[in-house]
Design a protein around this ligand. Sequence first.
Ligand code: SAH
Length: 204
Amino acid sequence: MRNQLADLLIDKGIADERVLQAIRAVPRHLFMDSSFEGHAYQDKAFPIAAEQTISQPYTVAFQTELLQLKPNQKILEIGTGSGYQTAILLHLKTKVFTIERQQELFKKTSLFFKKMHYRPKKIVFGDGYKGLPSEAPFDGILVTAGAPEVPKALLGQLKVGGRLVIPVGSREQIMTLFIRKSEKEFEKEELGNFRFVPLLENKN
Ligand code: SAH
């Protein structure tokens, strides 16, 4: 079923063979509630805990492809959620730092990673708007929730040459890629419409 899903993603335009290999390898059904397990290899988002969703496989593949990852790079993921995207990043042999603001998901997914021997460098319970200054700079930052605006902190935590992939917008989002060209310059590219759960800012 995973091979079929990868073939579908090829039809939809995903071309990076390493990303496709990760889709073929990571058992998405284990990241989902048992009631939805049977649908795990459809190209759809599904509910997880705390009114959040596991992203659609196409979206995961699309965002991952945009990061152009190389082994050993340091990656920051905002929105751990089910951990599926995290596992894809780990499969690509990157060092992953991931932040989740819903305590229920943070706890559940932290335990699940232990059980499955997935080893992100750090799983942080906190507000991704602020990024993770203690571990910056990053080669890549991936935001998996819809951001009404681009958090300035995230741009500042990119290495020169690093990439930020972020869906920007409120009700609908435009997938946006920022590449840091120098200390002060960023190149920006917009890559189509998506729909995510909102990136929420902690009001404290
Ligand atoms: N990568 C996840 C996607 C989960 S949906 C997966 O594949 O399952 C987006 C996640 O972002 C949700 O779990 C939500 O709680 C989280 N989120 C929203 N705002 C956040 C913030 N400010 N900081 C960290 N996580 C946030």
